[in-house]
Design a protein around this ligand. Sequence first.
Ligand code: NAD
Ligand code: G3P
Length: 330
Amino acid sequence: MVDRIAVLGAGAWGSALAKVLGDNQHEVRLWARDADHVQAMVIDRENRRHLPGCPLPDTIEPTADFAAAITGSDWILVATPSVAFRATIRRLAPFRPQRVAWATKGLDADSGGFLHGIVEQEITPEPQIAVLSGPTFAAEVGQGLPAAMTVAASSDDFAAQMVDAFHCERFRLYTNPDMVGVELGGAVKNVLAVATGVSDGMGLGANARAALVTRGMAEITRLGAALGADPRTLIGLAGLGDLLLTCTDDQSRNRRFGLALGRGAAIDEALEVVGSTVEGARTAAELYSLAARYAIEMPICSCVYRLVSGAIDPARAVTELMERTPKAEV
Ligand SMILES: NC(=O)c1ccc[n+]([C@@H]2O[C@H](COP(=O)([O-])OP(=O)(O)OC[C@H]3O[C@@H](n4cnc5c(N)ncnc54)[C@H](O)[C@@H]3O)[C@@H](O)[C@H]2O)c1
Ligand SMILES: O=P(O)(O)OC[C@H](O)CO
């Protein structure tokens, strides 16, 4: 069956996912707020700004007209950065969409809560919802390299529709009912990728990186337990899978941001070096509040928060982490 889908947000990830859907012969309207950017995509048949070298199939119609993108769509896929998520959902609400999915990773900038909370608050009547997350760099997906993700949906029917829409020989979706676990993994891994980037930028070595990834996983697990996430989700694609990818490969913008900080760049300079979305830099603050609300110790994530808010420098972060009181591992 051919779906009509509106993809909201034509960054690297919205464009890569639109391409998978379009290559699968679905009718995709790819919305971007910048009319010049849309015009360039129409002429180039490529998103040269965010996903160069990945031709957009004819099934994708780039548009700057929000209403035209939404009207008549079977479902909506939001792929903006988290900072724009609530505004996008508010804009969508008057259209009373029945099925809303998102591929954004992060937390609500206002409340520090999960993104599904924003959709539940802003859209009435409540639509069916789904979140897509996992270890996936947009450039590789755009090039058609194999990848797998997790989808957590509020109904089996919507989960099955998402699997049908995306499934192909190079893209595989696993369903999982645990929306909290899937969203948590995608949000926290970005903060931990900043930490491992800082460590590598300082030249602290492979042992330190492995320790950060492993103890970072312990932090995700503790917070996940407090929030009711399924531990199996946290060691799945949207948890450990994405943590490993983002902490170890320089395609990650969060990791590159951390690398720049670890080599001595100021925060603004490091953001500029990366030049596109660095979710972990803002998720760190939201995560700090969330962990505090549940009284969960997350020393690595806390250090990243204090680092990106300018309270400490990388050397101080290392000292603080290493000089914590010895404790049992589990
Ligand atoms: N790039 C990846 O490999 C990847 C993979 C998985 C998930 N994600 C997630 O997808 C989300 C988007 O990331 P990206 O890589 O596409 O970002 P990007 O930096 O490539 O592009 C961001 C786009 O969002 C647009 N934007 C910013 N504010 C907006 C607003 N208020 N309304 C509409 N558009 C707005 C920008 O103009 C830009 O086109 C993030 O949460 C990211 O963590 C990215
Ligand atoms: O480039 P990053 O660090 O935003 O990571 C992109 C994806 O989230 C990887 O799964």
